[in-house]
Design a protein around this ligand. Sequence first.
Ligand SMILES: *Cc1c(COP(=O)(O)O)cnc(C)c1O
Length: 431
Amino acid sequence: MKLYSTNNPNHVVSLREAVLASLPPDNGLYMPTKLPPLPDTFFSALPRFSFAELSFEVARHLLGDDIPGTELLQIVSEAINFPAPTVQLDEKTHVLELFHGPTLAFKDFGARFMARVMSYFNRHADRHLTILVATSGDTGGAVAAGFYKTPGIDVVILYPKGKVSGLQEKQLTTLGENITALEVSGSFDDCQRLVKRAFLDPDLRARMRLSSANSINIARLIPQSFYYFEAWKQVFDGIPPVFVTPSGNFGNITAGLLAQKLGLPVRRFVAANNANDVFKTYLETGDYKPRPSIPTISNAMDVGAPSNFARILALFGSTWNIVRQHMQAFAFDDEATKRAIETAFDRFKYVFDPHGAVGFLAREAYRRGSPADTAIILETAHPAKFLDVIPPRIARNVIIPERLASLRTKTKVATPISAHFDELKQFLLYR
Ligand SMILES: *Cc1c(COP(=O)(O)O)cnc(C)c1O
C-alpha cells in the first residue's frame, strides 16, 4: 500500500512511514494512492464471514504485502475482538452499536488497530517508541487502552488539570504499565502546544523516538471502514442502505467513504452534526469556512474545522457537485438532541447517547426527503458515559457496564507538571 499527501500527490510513502510519522511534512494528510474494489467473491462470501474475518479480508486487500498475512491476521483478530451489533428500530432503521469496546466508544477500533500496527512496524527498533498525546477527554482514554501493554511502546498522555470529567480522568490515569499520565496546570491548548514543541525539540529528537497517536493517522481510519461492511452484512436486503454518521472531525464518515470506494454498495452518507455545522454550510453553498468550535452536549463533535475535510475532497476530486451527490448533512441544537433522546426512548425503548441522538434526528430528517431508503445510524458511544445529560426517567434504564463502574474505585496516578516546556522535557528524559 502506498500513500500520498493531500497537499502534494508526488509525495508518496510506504504504510510504515505514514503510520510512524502520522502527518506528511507538508501538513497535508496521507491518503491511499489506490482504492481498488474488492472482488465479487468477497461480497458473495460476506454473509458467512465473522466480523474479524471480513476485517482481515478488507485489511489484506488494502494493505497488500505491507504486513505479512500471519501477522496481519493476528493484529486484526486482537484489535477487532468485540462485536458491532445492529439493533432494528423500525422497518427501515437500524442502529449500529460501536460502543462495545474497552472504553465504550467507537474510537477503540481505531486505537487498538493503530497500536498493533505501530508495534509491528517498530519491532526491530532497538529503542522504545514514545507516543505523546494531548487529550481533552475521550481520545486519551481510547489511546491509553489501545496501547496498554503494547511491546516496545510507551504512551505519555497530557491532559488539562480539572478540565476532563471524573470518569475520563480515571480512564487516563488508572492503567499503569506503559501508560503515563501528566496532569498539566493549564488548558487543552497548552497540552497541545507542549506536544508540538516536543516534536520540534532537536535534543529530544536526538535522544528518544517520538510519535503521535493523533486522530488523523491513517492507521486509525482503516479499521473504521471494517464495521461499515459488518453493518451491511447484518442488514442488507438487496437495496444499498444509507449510513448516518454523527460527525466531528469527519474521520468516521471518511472511513465509510473508503469502504464505498472499496466496493461497498451505499446509497448515501449522511453527516449528523450539532451546532458545529461548517460541513452542512459547505454542502449548501460550496464555501468551506472553518470557525471556532461551539460547546454542546455532544461534545466529541464540537469541531469547527474538521480535520478530515481534506480527505473527503481528495476522494471526490475536490468537486463540490460530486461531494453533494454522495453526502448530505443535517444539524441540530442541544434542545432538539435532548428531545430526540426522549422520543427514541418513548417510541422504541432505545436509549441513545447524545451523539447517537443527533444521528437519530438526522435519520428522521433524511426520511422526510427519501422515505423508501433503509438507514443505519452509527451509535458512537455508550449512553452510560453521558448519564448527566440523559433525563433521569430514561437514565434509570441504562445498564452501566462493569468496566465503567469499576473505574470509580480505582486510584488515580498522575504526575503534575506546569505548562512550561522544560518541565515536560526533563520528565521525558529522566523519568
Ligand atoms: C470522536 C467522536 C465522534 C466524532 O467522530 P469523528 O470521526 O471525529 O467525526 C462522535 N461521537 C463520539 C462519541 C466520539 O467520541
